[in-house]
Design a protein around this ligand. Sequence first.
Ligand SMILES: [Zn+2]
Length: 294
Amino acid sequence: MIQDIGPHRFDLTYGQPEAQDEDFMLYMKSNQTLLKKTEDGNYEIPRFGDFPNEKARLKMKAYYLFSIDNMKYYYVKEMIQGEENGYEFCKTTVFRTMTPLYQAFAGITATQIHRWKESRQFCGRCGHPTEDSKKERALVCPHCGQVEYPKISPAIIVGITNGDKIVMSRYRVSSNPYRGYALIAGFVEIGESFEDTVRREVMEEVGLKVKNIRYYKSQPWAFSDTEMIGFFAELDGDDTIKLEEDELSEAGWYTREEIPDETIMNSIGSELKMVFKYGSLENFYAATGLKPAE
Ligand SMILES: [Zn+2]
């Protein structure tokens, strides 16, 4: 999965260390990130030192995000130089395929901070401009004291199984851009445990009852400011699917053989499907010859 960057170590310890030339800087405009295009068609996160004319000003105003090993990453709000000399504004989806994986993870995680800071420039309670907290990753209102933490919405994703079969669905184009077969997923609502959300979403989207809800793993999914909480659950009773047609265009029971093999294993949805199909991740990698992303 996209956060599995070992042996590299992601360190979120909060602070505002002074930026240096060799530190990475992430500059974003609406939903695009400024990246350096390499000769082989890949992308790289630029460093302050790449912009000699502007680096002093950029470093002074930079917001420290996190570290990976000894590399530091900063968020930059304003920049004069843009799309020139091999730099390109790239859509967030670039991070789904960018290598090495730890840089993709750094980039996508930074976009979540960007969206949060952009959408919380003013206090939601009193309308006063917010400021960076000095002691934690938060925005504070100097007028009324309101504190805003980064937006992280919990959502469940569940592999519903019945013996050798699992439920997969396709989203309507208008509802979600993802075109492949997906598992049932949905946001946690107020007053719900994760298990309650699993039962409600499964009933709403495909009209099935489930039992033996078992936690699998969780995943930070910055593409949608979400924390995905993955489960398996077994069918309880009638297997007739009643489709929620506003969101889904189709859904059905598929045998292990019918589940298409994944080619990119960066999401928990892919992992749940492949673990069901092959019994374990190790079996999946052995059977397909794929290697975990690096
Ligand atoms: Zn306020």
